[in-house]
Design a protein around this ligand. Structure first.
Ligand code: IMP
Length: 201
């Protein structure tokens, strides 16, 4: 059995406000203080990995090295079956504009255009969490949310591709759900639950 570790503070290696909101909510009952890396002006390393795990690890390692604190990173994305898993690790990059800002209407439209009249609308959100400690322990946890891509987009909660994703077991998109409802299905919440069971309770 894994030894359980007590963390008082964890650096969350992301500048994504949607992820910061969701992790703050998930960690609150554990009494762990989440410090988002952008509040310390930590740069985000370039995501040069070829998998969610590679990218999650490189982000967590960089944040742990710069701060000397345990660091958690999430690499996540939407894997669409009819597109052979795209946009996958490129989910955020599909939304990038020339000025560096992200436009998810553009990314969702690109997804819709790529799917064209394909009858297979199945997709999964995938999240891989990497937790790296100053003692050089590295832990990886994965969560998946299976569902369907719909069009047109619906809802204004959440972030990213939430308005075009309906999880199996519901009729609402992630963007039509409250944060509590999304947590029931969410890839990030499932990966977090695996982390909590392995390391915290
Ligand atoms: P990255 O992990 O920083 O490379 O970015 C992941 C990208 O995947 C986000 O910018 C979103 O585009 C997408 N994504 C990941 N999780 C979610 C989610 O829960 N809802 C909607 N989009 C998500």
């Amino acid at each position: 059995m894994t030894d359980k570790i007590i963390f008082e503070k964890i650096i969350l290696a992301t500048h994504n406000q949607g992820k910061i909101r969701e992790f703050s909510r998930l960690f609150a009952p554990l009494g762990v203080e989440i410090i988002a890396s952008h509040t310390l002006n930590l740069e985000e390393p370039e995501e040069t990995g070829s998998s969610f795990s590679d990218n999650a690890l490189l982000k967590a390692r960089a944040a742990c090295k710069s701060t000397g604190l345990p660091a958690l990173a999430d690499d996540s994305g939407l894997a669409v079956t009819a597109l052979n898993g795209a946009p996958g690790i490129y989910s955020a990059r599909w939304a990038e504009q020339q000025d560096g800002q992200k436009d998810f209407i553009k990314a969702m439209t690109k997804l819709h255009d790529a799917l064209a009249d394909s009858p297979d609308r199945s997709a999964a959100f995938v999240a891989v969490l990497a937790l790296v400690t100053p003692e050089r322990q590295e832990h990886l946890f994965e969560g998946r949310a299976e569902g369907e891509i719909i069009w047109p987009p619906r809802g204004d909660q959440g972030f990213g591709y939430d308005p075009v994703f309906v999880p199996h077991g519901d009729t609402k998109t992630f963007a039509e759900m409250s944060a509590t409802e999304k947590q029931i299905f969410s890839h990030r919440a499932k990966a977090f639950n695996a982390l909590r069971e392995a390391l915290f309770i």
